[in-house]
Design a protein around this ligand. Structure first.
Ligand SMILES: Nc1nc2c(c(=O)[nH]1)N[C@H]1C(S)=C(S)[C@@H](COP(=O)(O)OP(=O)(O)OC[C@H]3O[C@@H](n4cnc5c(=O)[nH]c(N)nc54)[C@H](O)[C@@H]3O)O[C@H]1N2
Ligand SMILES: Nc1nc2c(c(=O)[nH]1)N[C@H]1C(S)=C(S)[C@@H](COP(=O)(O)OP(=O)(O)OC[C@H]3O[C@@H](n4cnc5c(=O)[nH]c(N)nc54)[C@H](O)[C@@H]3O)O[C@H]1N2
Ligand SMILES: [Mo]
Length: 787
C-alpha cells in the first residue's frame, strides 16, 4: 500500500535541523506560547483566558492530565507552554463558517493536512454532507438529530453503531453519553484509551485490583527516587517538571529510561522563577539509561533480579500483601543476561547502576507513559514494573507508588464515568438500579475492533464524541476505507480534522463548546467536572463566550440525541440533565463508586480525591485479595537485518493529531514534520546520508507492506537499530492487527521498517508549510464581538 504525502506537507525546502538544546522551558517557552496566543486570540483574550487556567475558580487545562497543585500553592500563571497552546487552539478568533464550507468542496479539503484543517479555526454551526454531496452544508440542530436518530433506529441491531470518545469530554457529558448508548442497547464505547494507557489499565487491574495509578502530587515531591520510563514530560506534561524540580530540591534522584535523551529529562529552567530565567536551571535526570526500544520488560526483570540478589526485599510487605513472590523470584534467578543485553542494548554495569538507585531509595515512584504501553508485550511490561515496586514495598506509602501519567485531560474521568467497552458488572447493576432498565451485558467493540467491524460492514454508524479517529487510529489506509463504508459518520467537534473529510455515505459535524467557554445550557451558568491522572476530581468553569451562538454543549447534544433516538423509552431524565447538570452529578453520586455527595465535594477548593484501596490502605481488590507478582517470559524483539525498530512520537508543537506548529524545538527541528531520526552509524551502514529523503516501509508478519513517503533522515543519537518519527504522519505504517497482548492497544512504539528510496513528493516545488495561515484562516471574528 502506498499514499502520496500531501504536497504542502513535503517541506524539504524549509526544514531546518539544529542541535537540540541542553535545557527546556525557561523564558523561551513563555515567549513562544505568548506569541502564538496573541496571534490567534489578541492581547485581551490572551490575558483573560490564561489568567483563569488551572485556577481554583477557573477552568481545567484541556491539554494533559497532570494534576494541579493544592489550592494556595498555585502560581498566578499555573500553566505551561503547551497548555497555553492548547487554550489558544480552542480560543482562537479564526472561524470555519458556512462560507468556508461553500468555498471548499470535500475534494479540496481531503488533500489538506490535519495542520491546515485545524488552523482554519472553530466550527460555527452544524453541517451535513448528503449522500453523494460535494460540500458540507448548514443544517438545523433538529434536523441533524432527526437524521442521526433515523439511522440509529433503522439498524438491525444497536451493536451496528459505534460511539467513540476522546478524552476531553467532561464527566457530566461522559456519564450522560454512556447512559444514552447503553439505553440504546450497546456497549460499543471505544475510546482513545484503547490506543493509549489501556495496557496500564489492564495490567494494574489484574495485579493491584484497580486500573489507576497510586500516587499523589505530594508523593512525587516526597519521593527519594523517581523513575521516568517511556515518557517525555518536557513536551507532553511540562508541569510535571515543576514537581520534579521540587522533588530534586527535597533530595530526590531521577532515573530516566528512554531510547532518546529527551531534553526535558536533562535540565529544566522554571519559567515561573527568577532563577529559571537567569540561571542554568535544575539538573533533572541523575542517570539516563538509553534503553533499546521495547527493552523495558527485560530491563525491569534485570533490576528485579539484582535487587533480589542484594537482598533488597521488603519482607513484611511481600508476606502480608502479596502472592506469587516465590514463582517470580525463581523465574528471575534463571534470568539470562545475554538475553537482557540483546533486549535492552545496555550492559550489566549500566543496569547495576540503575538498580543501586532503587536499592538506595526507601520511597520510589515509577512514572510511565506511551513508551511502555504501545508495544506487543506492554501489559507484561507494566506488570514487571509493578513486580519491582512490590518487591520493595513501594506502593501505599508516602513518597512511593505507581504513576502512569495519563494523556488527555479527562481520559481517566471518562473511564470512571463508564466510557468503557467492557464495563464491570457492578457498574451495569448500578445503572439498572438507578434508571430502571437492563443495560446490555455483552462486551462492546474497542477501537481496533470497531475499525474491523466497520471494515467488514458489521458496523454502519460511527459517532465520535471529540477526537480525530481517522488520524489517531493505526493503519490509516484501512481505517479510512472502513470509515468510507459507514452509512453515517457523525463528529461532535470544536475544530476541523481529517475525520470530517474521510466520511461515511452521509456525514454530520456537530460543533460544540470547549472547556474555556461559558456554558449557559438551560439558561443557567453550568459547570462541569474532570478527573486528573492522580484521581483528583474538581470543577471547571470557562470564562469566554462561546465561539459562536450556535454551539451546543456536549451534554446538550447527548440529551437531544437521546430524546430524538429513544423518545420516552426507559423514561430517562434528559430534560432535567440538560436544564441543570447538578441533576447529572446527583445520579453520578448514586451510580459511580466513590462518588457519594459528588456535587458537594467537587465544589471544595481543589475538589476531592477518589478512593484507591492500594494507595489508601494497602488493600488490593484483586482476584486473590492481594497484590499479585506475575511471571512473564524475557523476550527480545527480533528485527530482521537491514531494518529498524521505529517508534512514533509527538513533537513539541502538537497535541496528538492537532498540530500547533511545525517546530520540535527540543529535538532541534524547525519548519517540518516529515523527519525520521536515525543513528548516524545506521545511516552509514545503509549507505544513506543525513538529510536524504526516504520512504518508510513497514513490514508485517503476513508479508504485507505499508509505505509512508518522503521523510528526511536526521542523524540522532539513540540505540543502534532504533528510529523515531512523528505521529500521525506515520500511522499508515502501523498494521491494524499489531496490538498489545491483553489490551489490544496498537503497537505504535514498535514498528519494523526499512528505509526505501523516496517515491513521493520530492518534486514539490513550493512548500506550502508556511502559508497555512493565509487565505481563509484570515477570516476571524473581531475580539470585541466576544467578551
Ligand atoms: N503537548 C502535548 N501534551 C500531550 C500530548 C501531546 O500530543 N502534546 N498528548 C497527550 C496524550 S493523549 C498522551 S497519551 C501523553 C503522551 O505522553 P508521552 O508518552 O510522553 O508521549 P510520546 O511522544 O508518545 O513519547 C513517548 C516517549 O517514550 C519514549 N519511548 C519510546 N519507545 C520506548 C521504549 O520502548 N522504552 C522506553 N523506555 N521509552 C520509549 C520516547 O522516546 C518518548 O520519549 O501526552 C499527553 N500530553
Ligand atoms: N502512531 C501513533 N498513534 C497514536 C499515538 C501514538 O503515540 N502513535 N497515540 C495514541 C494516543 S495516546 C491517543 S490518546 C490517541 C488520540 O486520539 P484522539 O483523542 O481521537 O485525537 P486528538 O488528536 O486528541 O483529537 C483532536 C480533535 O478533538 C476535537 N476536540 C478538541 N477539543 C474538543 C472538545 O472540547 N470537545 C469535542 N467534542 N471535541 C474536541 C477537535 O475537533 C480536534 O480535531 O491517538 C493515538 N494514536
Ligand atoms: Mo493518550
Amino acid at each position: 500500500m502506498s499514499r502520496r504525502a500531501p504536497q504542502h506537507d513535503v517541506d524539504e525546502h524549509r526544514l531546518e535541523v539544529e542541535e537540540p538544546p541542553e535545557a527546556v522551558a525557561g523564558p523561551k517557552a513563555v515567549a513562544v506560547a505568548l506569541k502564538m496566543a496573541v496571534e490567534q486570540m489578541g492581547l485581551r483574550r490572551t490575558s483573560q483566558t490564561l489568567r483563569r487556567l488551572n485556577q481554583v475558580d477557573g477552568f481545567d487545562c484541556q491539554g494533559c492530565a497532570w494534576p494541579d497543585p493544592a489550592p494556595g500553592h498555585r502560581h498566578a500563571a499555573e500553566f505551561c507552554e503547551n497548555g497555553a497552546k492548547a487554550v489558544t487552539e480552542e480560543a482562537t478568533l479564526r472561524r470555519v463558517d458556512r462560507d468556508f464550507f461553500a468555498a471548499h468542496p470535500l475534494d479540496d479539503l481531503r488533500d489538506r493536512t490535519d495542520y491546515w484543517l485545524g488552523q482554519q479555526g472553530r466550527i460555527t454551526e452544524p453541517v451535513r454532507l448528503r449522500p453523494d454531496g460535494t460540500h458540507y452544508e448548514p443544517v438545523s440542530w433538529d434536523e441533524a438529530f432527526a437524521t442521526i436518530a433515523g439511522h440509529l433506529r433503522g439498524l438491525d441491531s444497536p451493536d451496528q453503531a459505534v460511539f467513540y470518545t476522546s478524552g476531553k469530554t467532561s464527566n457530566e457529558a461522559a456519564f450522560a453519553y454512556q447512559l444514552f448508548v447503553r439505553a440504546f442497547g450497546t456497549n460499543n464505547l471505544p475510546d482513545c484509551s484503547n490506543m493509549c494507557h489501556e495496557s496500564t489499565s489492564v495490567a494494574l487491574a489484574e495485579v493491584i485490583g484497580i486500573g489507576k495509578g497510586s500516587v499523589s502530587l505530594q508523593d512525587i515531591h516526597d519521593a527519594e527516587l523517581i523513575v521516568i520510563a517511556g515518557q517525555n514530560p518536557g513536551t507532553n506534561h511540562p508541569r510535571m517538571l515543576t514537581a520534579l524540580e521540587i522533588a530534586k530540591r527535597n533530595g530526590a534522584r531521577i532515573l530516566a529510561i528512554n531510547p532518546l535523551r529527551e531534553a526535558g529529562l536533562v535540565r529544566f529552567k522554571n519559567p515561573q522563577k527568577a532563577r529559571g530565567i537567569a540561571g542554568r536551571g535544575t539538573e533533572l535526570a541523575d542517570l539516563h539509561l538509553p534503553v533499546r526500544i521495547n527493552g523495558d520488560l527485560a530491563l525491569f526483570q534485570a533490576i528485579g533480579s539484582l535487587l533480589l540478589e542484594w537482598g533488597c526485599v521488603d519482607r513484611d510487605f511481600v508476606e502480608r500483601h502479596t502472592v506469587g513472590f516465590e514463582d517470580w523470584a525463581a523465574h528471575l534467578r534463571t534470568l539470562d543476561w545475554d538475553v537482557v543485553r540483546r533486549a535492552t542494548g545496555l550492559d550489566r554495569a549500566q543496569i547495576e547502576e540503575a538498580a543501586r538507585m532503587f536499592r538506595d531509595s526507601s520511597a520510589t515512584v515509577t512514572c510511565w507513559a506511551m513508551g511502555i504501553t504501545q508495544h506487543r508485550n506492554a501489559v507484561a511490561t507494566v506488570k514487571e514494573i509493578a513486580n519491582v515496586a512490590f518487591l520493595q514495598g513501594n506502593i501505599g506509602k508516602p513518597g512511593a507508588g505507581l504513576c502512569p501519567v495519563r494523556g488527555h485531560s479527562n481520559v481517566q474521568g471518562d473511564r470512571t464515568m463508564g466510557i468503557w467497552e467492557r464495563p464491570p458488572g457492578h457498574f451495569l447493576d448500578g445503572l439498572r438500579d438507578e434508571f430502571g432498565f437492563e443495560p446490555p451485558r455483552e462486551p462492546g467493540l474497542d477501537t481496533v475492533a470497531a475499525i474491523e467491524a466497520l471494515r467488514d460492514g458489521e458496523a454502519k454508524v460511527f459517532f465520535g464524541m471529540g477526537g480525530n479517529f481517522v488520524s489517531a487510529a493505526p493503519d490509516t489506509e484501512v481505517t479510512e476505507e472502513a470509515m468510507r463504508t459507514a452509512d453515517l459518520t457523525v463528529h461532535v467537534s470544536t475544530k476541523l480534522n481529517r475525520s470530517h473529510v474521510v466520511h461515511g455515505r452521509e456525514a454530520l459535524i456537530l460543533p460544540t463548546m470547549g472547556r474555556s467557554e461559558r456554558d449557559l445550557t438551560g439558561g443557567r451558568l453550568q459547570r462541569v467536572t474532570v478527573e486528573d491522572s492522580m484521581s483528583a476530581v474538581h470543577a471547571s468553569h470557562g470564562p469566554l463566550s462561546p465561539a459562536s451562538p450556535h454551539l451546543r454543549s456536549e451534554v446538550d447534544i447527548v440529551c437531544s440525541l437521546a430524546e430524538a433516538t429513544l423518545g420516552d423509552r426507559h423514561d430517562l431524565p434528559w430534560a432535567a440533565f440538560r436544564s441543570d447538570y447538578t441533576e447529572i452529578r446527583r445520579r453520578i453520586a448514586r451510580v459511580v463508586p466513590g462518588c457519594a455527595a459528588y456535587d458537594e465535594k467537587v465544589d471544595r477548593p481543589g475538589g476531592f480525591v477518589l478512593p484507591h484501596p492500594p494507595r489508601d490502605s494497602r488493600t488490593f481488590p484483586t482476584e486473590r485479595d492481594r497484590a499479585i507478582f506475575t511471571v512473564s517470559p524475557t523476550e527480545v524483539l527480533q528485527v530482521p537485518e537491514g531494518r529498524l525498530l521505529l517508534q512514533t512520537i509527538r513533537s513539541h508543537d502538537q497535541f496528538n493529531t492537532t498540530i500547533y506548529g511545525l517546530d520540535d524545538r527540543y529535538r532541534g527541528i524547525r519548519n517540518g514534520r516529515r523527519v525520521v531520526f536515525v543513528h548516524p552509524d545506521d545511516i552509514e551502514a545503509f549507505g544513506l546520508r543525513d538529510g536524504q529523503r526516504v520512504d518508510l516501509v513497514s513490514e508485517w508478519e503476513d508479508g504485507s507492506e505499508r509505505r509512508a513517503p518522503s521523510f528526511r533522515i536526521v542523524a540522532y543519537d539513540q540505540p543502534r537499530g532504533c528510529a523515531a518519527a512523528y505521529y500521525p504522519e506515520t500511522n499508515p505504517l502501523v498494521p491494524l492487527g499489531s496490538t498489545a497482548i491483553g489490551s489490544n492497544c496498537p503497537t505504535s512504539k514498535s514498528v519494523i521498517v526499512r528505509l526505501a528510496p523516496d517515491t513521493g513528493g520530492t518534486d514539490a516545488q513550493v512548500s506550502d508549510a508556511g502559508s497555512v495561515i493565509a487565505g481563509d484562516a484570515k477570516r476571524t471574528v473581531e475580539p470585541d464581538q466576544l467578551s
